[in-house]
Ligand binder design. Structure first.
Ligand code: GTP
Length: 362
């Protein structure tokens, strides 16, 4: 299941607010364990060094302009929390011979890596630095005495779990994203021609029609159907038929080159093109260019077909002012125009111009 960026952002904001609350709860627990002589350096460490940085990060998460730098900011936060904690452990030991607990290191790492979602590479880098810092702390001070090695192993193990789990999570997310993109492609593209399929066509055409209506532009639907294609298939075989369909897709892409032109496979050997802002004479010119391309390629047709070479009939519905027009009705008019061509002269085109609607915008 995927979430929208807005939901992700809300969750991140909630998590980052939770951070100081958890630190606050731990402070109360720590204070109940600490000898009163340590209150001063403990509160100084938490309130003067840790909390201001935590507050800065919370503010950063709520500022949109910091979004690209959040992973860096969270990594700095993690390092800062761990190293200020090491400084506290060092001071408690040096001045009061008190072995302040080290387990917070692992909690900081778990929170920043999993709740704030520091990516794998940053996590790896941070965990290496944190472990090095902790090992140096143990080397420089005999804080945990005979429990030193097991403490080191515990911190190393906790950090390793962080790195490895983050790696697996990031890999799975990456795989999910690429599968999602593939599925999206499969659900919108026709596998033979790589053009939009009917579903994507309807979405794109509706959007283009709405835009054309708002800008008071003309809108036209072209239905293009290869002639006597059944005879072609029967004579040359299905594979050659597929080649003709691919050639049709190539020709359409050559003729209708504007970025806004919507080209798609409507179904079988039928294609549809939706155009915005084209006059009747522009469309005539495009249809002639299209027919000329088929003449140029001169693909030999079946002996019993109406033409010696492959041709394509085109039916066009042109709405000069598409305000109030709907796509289904335009497709219907284009289909009727195509039918006229099929029964009269295959391999040509027919344009039906629709009168301008009056009234509400579509
Ligand atoms: N090779 C191939 N053939 C297809 C594909 N999709 C549909 N067809 C064939 O296209 C043919 C369409 O035949 P008809 O609808 O009778 O149309 P037609 O023979 O072109 O006749 P007119 O439209 O009147 O010119 C059928 O034989 C389908 O099997 C495809 O993806 N590949």
């Amino acid at each position: 299941m995927t979430h929208s960026p807005e939901i992700d952002q809300k969750r991140l904001r909630r998590a980052v607010i939770l951070g100081p609350v958890i630190i606050g709860i731990f402070m109360l627990a720590d204070m109940s364990l600490l000898p009163p002589s340590l209150y001063g350096i403990y509160l100084e460490n938490r309130l003067l060094y840790q909390m201001p940085v935590v507050a800065l990060v919370v503010v950063g998460v709520f500022q949109k302009q910091f979004e690209p730098y959040l992973k860096f900011l969270f990594s700095v936060l993690l390092l800062w929390l761990c190293f200020t904690n090491f400084a506290l452990i060092h001071r408690c030991w040096t001045y009061f011979q008190f072995a302040f607990p080290y387990e917070g290191t692992i909690l900081y790492a778990f929170f920043c890596v999993f709740a704030l979602r520091i990516p794998y590479k940053y996590t790896f880098f941070c965990c290496v630095l944190i472990l090095s810092g902790f090992l140096y702390l143990l080397y420089a001070n005999a804080i945990y005495q005979e429990r030193g090695p097991i403490s080191a192993a515990f911190v190393a193990g906790g950090l390793f779990i962080c790195v490895y789990a983050r790696y697996r999570i990031d890999r799975s997310l990456q795989r999910m994203r690429s599968i999602n993109n593939e599925l999206k492609k499969l659900s919108t593209l026709d596998p033979l021609t790589n053009l939009n399929n009917r579903r994507a066509l309807m979405q794109s055409s509706e959007a283009l029609l709405a835009l054309s209506a708002r800008q008071q532009l003309s809108f036209s639907v072209l239905l293009l159907d290869l002639d006597d294609f059944k005879k072609f298939n029967d004579h040359f075989g299905h594979q050659k038929g597929d080649q003709a369909i691919c050639l049709q897709a190539d020709i359409l892409q050559q003729v209708f080159r504007r970025q806004s032109d919507v080209i798609s496979r409507y179904g079988g050997e039928e294609f549809m093109v939706a155009l915005s802002g084209m006059s009747e004479s522009d469309i005539k010119q495009k249809c002639e260019e299209f027919e000329a391309q088929w003449q140029y390629h001169a693909m030999t047709h079946a002996p019993d077909a109406s033409h010696k070479i492959m041709t394509c009939s085109v039916g066009v519905a042109l709405s000069e002012n598409c305000v109030g027009e709907d796509l289904t009705s335009l497709i219907h008019h284009a289909d009727q125009a195509l039918y006229k061509v099929k029964v009269q002269t295959k391999g040509t085109y027919h344009i039906t111009t629709l009168p301008a609607h009056r009234g509400t915008e579509c």
